[in-house]
Design a protein around this ligand. Structure first.
Ligand SMILES: Nc1ncnc2c1ncn2[C@@H]1O[C@H](COP(=O)(O)OP(=O)(O)OP(=O)(O)O)[C@@H](O)[C@H]1O
Length: 282
């Protein structure tokens, strides 16, 4: 730390509130000499070795150089803090408004009772992980409010013959974890449909355009049965609702009829050219 900075921060000659006190003797050079003893020795140590008396007046000397204490905390500074508490009036003159209010509160507390301040009570549950705490609190609150013995994992249900039995609770969302009235849904058993995906029927039977046939829309292991059933219907211009398992070829089942109908269309330009050709022939 630069010596110039220290002398600038510790020169208290411009502080009339300090220098007006007759028993506070702190020339700037005294503090500068103390600071030369080492960077780890703050004003507290310097004050102890100088002719400035220690005790209640020491904080008045130390307060303008608080940044130094924060940078180099020493034992002398701890002693100064104790004396600050002993003499909050002196402390309040040199610290900002917030520290002043704190010192006044400490003073009032000590004046009210000569005992030491009570030790801050620690809430042990606050040190637990948040999840554990919330589960404990939830269970305790639930038991206290409803007077019901409820377990999140098991609850009793009445069966059809009237017996009360316990069964493990179905895993549900955490939103409904503590809801004992989860309704039982009776779902019908879904039968798996076994369908033949490919057929061995020839592709050219459909009467498709030669371009489409040349694409050879037939897999080496057969032609998709969904296409065999749906393409003829769609080529007739009828509607079809197709349901088949994924990857069975539904896309081409509607695309092939679309392309087939597009290729069967003749453009208007071609029609006009045909008409002109016929007129010339006549
Ligand atoms: N006639 C065919 N000839 C050759 N390959 C085909 C034929 N039909 C379908 N495929 C191929 O089979 C694969 C699956 O077809 P597609 O994706 O059309 O099935 P999908 O039933 O529409 O699937 P999804 O249900 O996921 O939509 C594709 O790679 C497609 O190219």
């Amino acid at each position: 730390m630069a010596p110039g900075f220290v002398s600038r921060r510790l020169n208290l000659e411009n502080f009339p509130s300090v220098n007006s006190r007759p028993n506070v003797i702190l020339p700037g050079r005294e503090v500068r000499r103390a600071d030369r003893s080492g960077p780890g020795r703050g004003c507290g140590a310097g004050l102890g070795s100088s002719r400035v008396p220690r005790g209640p007046l020491a904080p008045a000397v130390c307060t303008p150089c608080l940044p130094l204490h924060h940078a180099y905390p020493t034992q002398g500074m701890a002693a100064a803090d104790d004396s600050l508490l002993d003499n909050p009036r002196t402390f309040s003159r040199r610290l900002p408004a917030q520290a002043s209010r704190q010192a006044n509160a400490t003073k009032r507390k000590y004046q009210a009772s000569s005992e030491a301040p009570p030790v801050k009570r620690r809430n042990e549950t606050s040190f637990l992980p948040a999840k554990k705490t919330s589960v404990k609190e939830t269970q305790r609150t639930f038991e206290g409010n409803t007077q019901k013995a409820f377990s999140a994992k098991k609850h009793s249900v009445s069966t059809s013959d009237g017996n009360q039995g316990e069964r493990p609770c179905v895993k549900t969302s955490s939103l409904f974890k503590n809801n004992p009235d989860i309704p039982e849904l009776h779902r019908s058993v879904v039968k798996q449909v076994q369908e033949k995906v490919f057929t061995s029927a020839p592709f050219h039977e459909l009467g498709l355009h030669p371009h489409l046939v040349s694409i050879r829309c037939v897999l080496f292991f057969g032609w998709p049965s969904v296409q065999k059933q749906s393409i003829p219907v769609l080529l007739e211009g009828r509607d079809a609702l197709v349901r088949s398992q994924t990857g069975s070829g539904k896309t081409l089942a509607y695309c092939i009829p679309v392309v087939q109908s597009l290729q069967a269309m003749k453009s208007k330009i071609q029609i006009l050219q045909e008409i002109q050709r016929l007129r010339k022939v006549k």
